[in-house]
Design a protein around this ligand. Sequence first.
Ligand code: MIC
Ligand code: SF4
Length: 641
Amino acid sequence: MGYTIAQKIIKSHLISGEMTAGKEIALKIDQTLTQDATGTMAYLEFETMGLKRVKTEKSVAYIDHNTLQSGFENADDHRYIQSVAEKHGIYFSRPGNGICHQVHLERFGIPGKTLIGSDSHTPTGGGIGMLAMGAGGLDVAVAMGGGAYYITMPKMYKVNLTGKLKPFVSAKDISLEILRILSVKGGVGAIIEWGGEGIKTLSVPERATITNMGTELGCTTSIFPSDDITRQFLKAQGREKDFVELQSDADAVYDKTIEINLDTLVPLIACPHSPDNVVEVSSLKGTKVDQVCIGSCTNSSLLDMLKVAALLKGKTIKPSVSLSVSPGSKQVLTMLSDCQALGDILASGARLLECTCGPCIGMGFSPNSAGVSLRTFNRNFEGRSGTADAGVYLVSPETAVAAALTGEITDPRLLGEMPKINMPDSFKINDTAVLDPETEELCEKVDILRGPNIKPFPSSKKVSDNLCAKVSLKVGDNITTDHIMPAGAKILPYRSNIPHLSQFCFGVCDKKFPERAKALGESIVVGGINYGQGSSREHAALVPMYLGVRAVITKSFARIHVANLINAGIMPLTFKNPDDYEKIAEGDSLELRNIYESMDNGEAVLKNITNGEEIPLLCEFTDRQKSILKAGGLLAFTKEN
Ligand code: MIC
Ligand code: SF4
């Protein structure tokens, strides 16, 4: 039996475990990336390991999220990360150099290598055939220290593309179509390989849009073959030497195959508040639009920006619309400016934002109250934009421009003729905004610069054999980490200050949660399907841990979050019968006895003291996970070992 592309990379990086779907495997990690919103915590964790240098082939620290320096906090965190990077052998991408995923694709990604990043959109690297996965900061810290990355061996899905996209239909519409087909939980436990004749019509930036947004399917990662198109891209980036060809074997076996015919695809749009709430753009024709944002790690490549510039050229946006454009990297911005395309964008009335995440994470440019915002981004979770009652829609750059020009949701095919855009034969290369680390001989001399915003890491507790606690919160299906630990310009600067962050925990669901959880001392949270989807932020586990949450019981979990809970020493448990979710109410007292024995059996019986119900739960953990929980989290476990 042959191998899929992902299986080939896994096989060549396997440290331990069996390559059978559902079993735990340990992988050697070649590259890591961090961004600043998760990086400060990741480097604090790395520092506790007491290592002199990172042990990866390449580790890069990006500053791209917390760039709105409205106080000392973000600036202090940037300096901290810069000094840690310099000291410990990590490349440092300065603020303004671009969004981590875009820059990593341009300058560092290598087909066939493994990459983990403390950001859920790390799978962007799958656009050039990397096995690239999002992870919690602590897992990235361990990988920087040379430790393995543990995942559950995924199932293999294949998406076969046939045909060719019609004008005004683009890669983003392919992403939205697969979300429409599979939903935000349809990829959990799987790696999605993209193939078929249709991929030959897709450039690397288009492929990267698709692997980027694959994250929204909940999958472990997404990957394209590394072929001639990949070679061309790397050559244009002056990195042809990094090219290796990667294809799946003809007799590779997939657990599921999905067919998409590009010829019949039309412009799509994801409605509030979920990326899988997808309909045809034409069905919302005439809906008034207040704001349009173009950029984010999904659609900020040079190709995207050139399209936008060509469509805006010589036109003026509607006075009722506020349009922002954030190029993905300094390279993109420089090339846009060199070819005058930037002038066309600005002349249309657009506002140019920095080459950062910006509005995508609520870092400025929040919509007006009850505003309708069309964004080329990947997430439209409730409240994420920074305006609680805004309606955020996800669209392609083409649909975004159509809305900016007409002031309403408009099928971009009505814009006339699509200008022809070509990928350049060579990109403009200037890596001055990437700082090399200090040499091994001199690194001792580098001082770490710590600001007052960095507060001590909260200590976790060991999982004890018995737990008796009240339910501090009961939530529904598809709760995102943006619900658990919201982001935005006001909160993000405190990512290295868990006590401060804790005031906002579960703010989207119930503002009284922090107070209640604190008063209870220890408590349990109950959730529905796909709990913890979205961002990789380990803060969505560390903050509940700080507030005394000892266990989370759900119908199912998202991959990165469940790992973060275990790393924080919080027990993730699932209902054996999902309907039993109804047998627990907020405020109920729950009891779990003989937890250690239950962990060994994989099953536990939960007693609801309040109503007398006995509820069977699954507590299936690997030996490693059991030891981490018993030690009180991965940091404590790593120190013990
Ligand atoms: C996001 O898109 O939600 C983020 C902000 O990039 C997060 C990381 C974070 O919360 O810092 C992610 O995707 O993991
Ligand atoms: Fe940044 Fe948005 Fe991409 Fe997250 S999804 S990395 S916030 S651009």
